[in-house]
Design a protein around this ligand. Structure first.
Ligand code: G3H
Ligand code: 13P
Ligand code: ZN
Length: 338
């Protein structure tokens, strides 16, 4: 077997205890994606200051962008930095949307404490075979695994109520039993990116803001009945904060018809068996908004610290706010790790 770096030696944790506490306490653990140092600094300092457990998420695209070795060491550095800022707090390092056994194995072998194997695009039985293979490898090293059933809709897909991309509640017990996964991502109407719904699927409120169709909490409840107490994951859960979309558009950007998941629906999900909520697009929007603002206000600026710094600081504030008012995870670090 290849040289193995255990997540335990890096001061990281798997998701088991975090999810157990989040379920019992009716909150959710935020999973924030990152690709660069400034995003990482914002996530770590935001969660340290709000004493929130968290999951650092790395997509295969992020690994390629940053260099997989550098990215891993950035995460290890984050663990050391966190222990100086908030000594009892720990986090999980998680592979987001792993698409092969080899990719999951590579992450497990290099210090990730959790991986997602996303077999949701495969036929059911193939999804089971692939997920089970990853689980059998991961569990030897105490690494936790997230599987997925149901396909999230994107703006390019036709999403309508009868569309069969929602998770089928009748499959979840069989899937969880046969694969032995530790958590399950489901599809109940969330979607990736900043344009989660087409305008024609939405209504408009008094301010002209697009209001998306509500999440299918009825499907979530059916799933909860089949696998009571099992940790559920929601992908595609950025709220696409209008303030940042406006800031982008006021400063030379052009993002049309952006729409996210309303915060009150995420709060309702966090209080249910949803133990992990994935947020990537909101971080991207904050970054872009702040960089555009600096460039517009100070066209002569060319020191990266002067535009990446404000982006990082604003992202930290957004993370603190989300942990406090949406996820409910702020202040829970001591309870889990203290
Ligand atoms: O769900 C996908 C995440 O937002 C990661 O996106 O593959 O562009 O890094 P990415
Ligand atoms: P958003 O695009 O809504 O931020 O979703 C991110 C996600 O699900 C990462 O896996
Ligand atoms: Zn996702």
């Amino acid at each position: 077997m290849s040289a193995k770096v255990s997540f335990k030696d890096l001061g990281l944790v798997n998701t088991k205890e975090m999810f157990r506490k989040a379920f019992a306490g009716k909150y959710a653990i935020p999973a924030y994606n990152f690709n660069n140092m400034e995003q990482l600094q914002a996530i770590v300092t935001g969660c340290a200051e709000s004493d929130s457990p968290f999951i650092l998420q790395v997509s295969s695209g992020a690994r390629k962008y940053a260099n997989q070795t550098l990215l891993r060491f950035l995460a290890q550095g984050a663990s050391a930095m966190l222990s100086e800022m908030n000594p009892h707090l720990k986090f999980s390092l998680h592979l987001d949307h792993g698409d092969s056994f080899e990719l999951c194995k590579s992450c497990i072998d290099t210090g990730f404490s959790s991986v997602m194997i996303d077999g949701s695009h495969f036929p059911y039985e193939e999804n089971i075979v692939l997920t089970k293979k990853v689980v059998e490898y991961a569990h030897q090293f105490d690494v936790t695994v997230e599987g997925e059933l149901g396909v999230l809709a994107g703006i390019e897909d036709d999403v309508h109520a009868e569309h069969s991309t929602y998770t089928h509640p009748d499959e979840v017990l069989d899937f969880v039993k046969r694969t032995n996964v530790d958590s399950l991502a489901i599809s109940i109407g969330t979607s990736h990116g900043a344009n989660k719904f087409k305008p024609e699927q939405c209504t408009r409120n008094a301010d002209g803001i697009l209001v998306p169709p509500p999440l299918r909490f009825d499907i979530l409840e059916e799933i909860e009945k089949r696998i009571p107490g099992f940790p559920i994951v929601l992908h595609g859960s950025s709220s696409v904060v209008p303030k940042y979309v406006q800031m982008i558009n006021q400063n030379g950007g052009k993002i049309s018809d952006a729409v996210g998941i309303p915060e009150e629906q995420l709060r309702r999900a966090a209080a249910s068996s949803v133990c992990k909520i994935n947020i990537d697009s909101d971080g991207r929007l904050v970054f872009t908004a702040m960089i555009r603002k600096v460039f517009k206000e100070k066209p002569a600026e060319f020191d990266p610290r002067k535009y990446l710094g404000p982006a990082r600081d604003e992202l930290k504030l957004m993370i603190i706010e989300k942990n406090k008012t949406v996820l409910g995870s702020a202040g829970k670090g001591k309870e889990i790790f203290g």
